[in-house]
Design a protein around this ligand. Structure first.
Ligand SMILES: OC[C@H]1O[C@H](O[C@H]2O[C@H](CO)[C@@H](O)[C@H](O)[C@H]2O)[C@H](O)[C@@H](O)[C@@H]1O
Length: 588
């Protein structure tokens, strides 16, 4: 049985990432890429679906964790009656390899350690062939199945029984034991051992240098730093693609069907991530992502997808994995994502905002980069009035979602500004005319003058938390009475225990069964909207409360269940962390 979501921490090498539990077990790891099949999938099943445990065998009386300052190196300290042992977990970056390093150091007394290495490839389903081999003057344990080869190294290698490789050994104060696991394709030889000391030092240095550039003149500067570093870990180093989260199917509703695969690059989430990185002064990342975008979207603008694989691939068909029982029995476990074929009209607006910010940060347009934006805006100009599935990717009927309409306005607005302010070529008269038309339409059909609020879609009287972005994208000023009315209506209708729901599921708008919990990004948007309305004290108090919801190492999932005080949904979630950064910047 997996731990509560908040009991996990993230380590990663910017190619993939792992979740390490407070109990010393790595319960989720896909190798070599975020969206590769998992070789440790206990998170969505049992330890027999694969995990790697290193922890005291004796009862643990206390556990504490922290990231080594400014890095994603995780340190877990276990105390037992007999002593104390510190477990350092990391995935070295920057060398193009896929390694996990786990170093145990006994700091006090004597501690008996339990080691359990259970590899199950293909999302916890396939038992590999495991053998001992000699390579590079040492004995190693090698697990092979299909395309995967996993090589375990260490001072004491575990022995096989019942599909597990296990061991127990004693450590006394001053002892150190370092284990590593390396993935290669099965047709390659066992790779050379890692230059451990040098790679650990280099990873520490790289991450520290990067995170030291994070802004300090913002509230919750440490949380902002951790969020930015978490977003960096979700950015694929080689391709520049940014995943929405490193997990699949952590449920939005425990025991329910709202279980989705987030290990892909949504244009919306990636553009918003980039906006927060640029806002925090990280300009270099914009170039990598723009290159990613140009490659992913290349071709006919009519073929634009709302999400891609991290290398820009277009195929991510949704399917279920019946062999996994799911986190807390939440079935089905899904891989791939059916939302890929949806129409979501907000996406281009998000992309145009991010690219405008990049331009303003000094990233010059190339002929290709502007030609692409122009082609996409022209394509939108031919379809701007069509209904869509909205940013929440509802699986019910398509609608004219007010948020999507506002983002259509944004797309035309940023295109007009590119011509007016950056001298880029384009049919500015047509874009201006469409921008003004969609604006009038929104104010006419998306606003309920009786209640004084914008509405979820043109046929609804319901509100939706996405409307909080209206002042943030510049559609109306933050102190406009229509914005203030919308903030009030959202706080009245969607607040649950001080946190915001995205929308009320009871209307059936999303075409799904079950309910969901407050969506953390929406509460961060409320912070930003309150700040733009001049209500900075209220905004600051809400930001304090939201930051306090992060787990002990500063990570947030997608949603939060205030009644049971637990995290819900995929973890850690870029949407939550990027919105945290933007909220803190709004209160700078
Ligand atoms: O709630 C239904 C939808 O949930 C997922 O989408 C959510 O996550 C996306 C990635 O962070 C985000 O872009 C979107 O705005 C969220 O609603 C899921 O991926 C969808 O398939 C699902 O329909």
């Amino acid at each position: 049985m997996a731990l509560p979501i908040e009991d996990y921490a993230l380590i990663g090498d910017r190619g993939t990432a792992a979740l390490v539990g407070k109990d010393g077990s790595i319960d989720w790891l896909c190798l070599p890429r975020f969206d590769s099949p998992a070789c440790f999938a206990a998170l969505l099943g049992t330890e027999d679906n694969g995990r790697w445990l290193l922890a005291p065998a004796d009862p643990v009386t206390a556990t504490s964790r922290r990231y080594v300052d400014g890095t994603a190196l995780l340190e877990t300290t276990f105390t037992t009656a007999g002593g104390e042992v510190v477990l350092l977990d990391l995935m070295p970056t920057g060398d193009g390899r896929a390694d996990v390093v786990r170093r145990l150091t006994c700091t006090r007394g004597t501690v008996r350690i339990r080691h359990d290495w259970v590899v199950r490839t293909d999302y916890g389903q396939v038992r590999p062939w495991v053998s001992r081999e000699h390579a590079y003057d040492e004995e190693v344990v090698v697990a092979v199945a299909g395309p995967d080869k996993l090589v375990l190294r260490g001072p004491r290698l575990p022995r096989g029984h019942d599909g597990h490789h296990s061991d127990e050994f004693e450590m006394t104060a001053g002892d150190e034991a370092t284990f590593s696991m390396t993935w290669v394709n099965s047709w390659f030889d066992v790779p050379a051992p890692l230059g451990m000391t040098e790679r650990v030092a280099a990873t520490t240095r790289e991450q520290r240098e990067w995170s030291q550039r994070s802004p300090r003149d913002v509230p919750h500067a440490d949380m902002v730093r951790r969020s930015l570093l978490t977003l960096l870990l979700m950015t694929h180093a080689e391709t520049g693609g940014i995943v929405a989260a490193p997990t699949t199917s952590l449920p939005e509703d425990f025991g329910g069907e709202r279980n989705w695969d987030y290990r892909y690059c949504w244009l919306r989430d990636a553009a918003l991530t980039l906006e927060s990185l640029l806002g925090a002064g990280y300009d270099d990342e914009a170039l990598d992502w723009r290159r990613w975008l140009l490659r992913a979207v290349a071709g006919d603008p009519a073929d634009l997808q709302i999400m891609y694989t991290v290398d820009g691939g277009r195929q991510l068909p949704e399917r279920e994995l019946p062999h996994l029982p799911g986190y807390a029995d939440s079935r089905p476990v899904r891989i791939g994502n059916g939302a890929v074929s949806q129409r979501q009209n907000d996406v281009l607006g998000e992309v145009m905002i991010a690219l405008e910010l990049a331009r303003e940060a000094g990233l010059a347009e190339t002929p290709n980069s502007w030609a692409l934006q122009r082609a996409l805006v022209d394509e939108l100009a031919d379809h701007w009035d069509e209904p869509d599935n909205g940013l929440w990717e509802i699986r019910g009927p398509q609608r004219h979602f007010t948020h999507s309409r506002v983002m259509v306005w944004v797309a035309f607005d940023r295109a007009v500004r590119a011509v007016e302010q950056h001298d880029l070529p384009g049919p500015v008269e047509r874009w201006r005319e469409l921008r003004d038309r969609v604006r009038e339409e929104i104010l006419d059909k998306g606003f309920d003058s009786t209640r004084g609020t914008f509405t979820q879609h043109y046929d609804a009287t319901e509100v939706d938390a996405s409307l909080l972005t209206i002042p943030l994208v510049g559609f109306l000023p933050g102190d406009d009475p229509r914005v203030l009315g919308t903030i009030e209506a959202i706080m009245t209708d969607l607040m649950r225990d001080g946190l915001l729901l995205r929308y009320r599921t009871q209307t059936g708008v999303d075409g799904l069964t079950g309910d969901e919990h407050p969506f953390l990004a929406c509460s961060f948007w409320l912070v930003s909207a309150l700040a733009s309305a001049g209500r900075r004290d209220e905004a600051g108090a809400l930001l304090d409360r939201l930051c306090a919801l992060a787990n002990d190492v500063g990570l947030l999932s997608e949603e939060y269940d205030p009644a049971h005080q637990r995290m819900v949904g995929n973890f850690p979630q870029a949407f939550s962390h990027l919105a945290l950064v933007q909220a803190a910047l709004a209160l700078r």
